[in-house]
Ligand binder design. Structure first.
Ligand code: ADP
Length: 319
């Protein structure tokens, strides 16, 4: 394979730039040409494609977001949309494509591969909700953003003797909430994967208060429901002054952590290796700190599992 393309699609995630950089540099090292496709699948259909060189990806490893921009595009879910995309790629003599994104983006990559155009998926999303990899690019940075924010909220929670409910992202996955709960020493974590009886949460708050605790932190994953509603219920049940913070899109931005930069570079290197071997229809991942690749459709058919041993530990130490 002599000429490949790379795009970012779906929700952006810190570390995507590090992945783009590694794709471009490694491919050039192996004498391939690399084309950047702007605005995800929309830009692919529209032919917003240009060749990238070593310098095009300079000074981006430390930046959040994606220099290729990202987009959501309904038309690409149709046969016509996908055929348009393939036409654009063929026009430029591009033979393989690397897609950095979440599971929706992987669906698109699988469709192109099924039409004879080899694609490799690199998991890039803060939600950590993709099967076939222990971590996705952006998860660690988003986790650290949450940790910093909750540390700050804890200061004011203590000063005012309040209970805080903090809603974090993660779509249908509880990973961000669970990891942040452990890292922030929260009283309770509410995740979609585990039904936590409301009485347990209230009992923990009351026990803490009786012990003289000055504040309580509850971290709620967005997949569970509204933080505001939960906060209201807590206040009604306990009479403790309760505040709610929805962290929102600050979780998607910022400089990628070292872990995300290294992960992004490693996954990108693996993706280029697969295209060099003429493979398509694969996703790359990291499992037990080993680089792996899986059939992209099989991975899409599997469910990502949050690490419930962390939930158990959380239960045991937030008594
Ligand atoms: P993410 O990749 O973060 O999960 P989305 O689910 O929004 O984000 O998907 C990103 C894009 O991938 C969509 O806007 C669409 O262009 C493409 N896509 C999603 N699902 C499919 C599908 N079933 N077939 C083809 N393309 C798809």
């Amino acid at each position: 394979m002599k000429r490949i393309g790379v795009l970012t699609s779906g929700g952006d995630a810190p570390g995507m730039n590090a992945a783009i950089r590694a794709v471009v540099r490694k491919a050039i090292y192996h004498d391939m040409e690399v084309y950047g496709i702007y605005n995800g699948y929309q830009g692919l259909m529209d032919g917003k494609i240009e060749q990238l060189n070593v310098g095009s990806v300079g000074d981006i490893i430390q930046r959040g977001g994606t220099i290729l921009y990202s987009a959501r595009c309904e038309e690409f879910k149709t046969d016509e949309g996908q055929n348009k995309g393939i036409e654009q790629l063929k026009k430029l003599g591009i033979e393989g494509l690397i897609v950095i994104g979440g599971d929706g983006s992987f669906q698109g990559a699988a469709k192109l591969t099924a039409k004879g155009f080899p694609c490799i998926g690199i998991p890039g999303t803060i939600d950590n909700d993709i099967a076939g990899t222990d971590y996705t690019i952006g998860f660690d940075t988003a986790l650290n953003t949450i940790i910093e924010a909750v540390d700050k909220i804890r200061d004011t929670a203590t000063s005012h003797e309040r209970t805080y409910v903090i809603e974090v992202m993660g779509r249908d996955a509880g990973d961000l909430a669970l990891w942040a709960g452990l890292a922030n020493g929260a009283e309770s974590v509410l995740i979609p994967e585990k039904d936590e009886p409301f009485e347990n949460v209230v009992d923990r708050l009351k026990r803490g208060s009786e012990r003289g605790k000055k504040h309580s932190i509850i971290i709620l994953a967005e997949g569970v429901g509204s933080g505001f509603e939960y906060g209201k219920k807590i206040e009604e049940a306990t009479n403790f002054e309760t505040r709610v913070t929805v962290l929102g899109h600050i979780q998607r931005g910022g400089r990628p952590t070292g872990a995300d930069r290294v992960l992004a570079s490693r996954l990108a290197g693996k993706a280029v290796d697969l295209l060099l071997d003429g493979k398509g229809g694969r996703m790359v991942g990291i499992q037990n700190n080993q680089l792996v690749d899986h059939d992209i459709i099989e991975a899409l058919n599997q469910k990502h599992n949050v690490d419930m041993s962390l939930y158990q530990l959380m239960t045991e130490i937030s008594i």
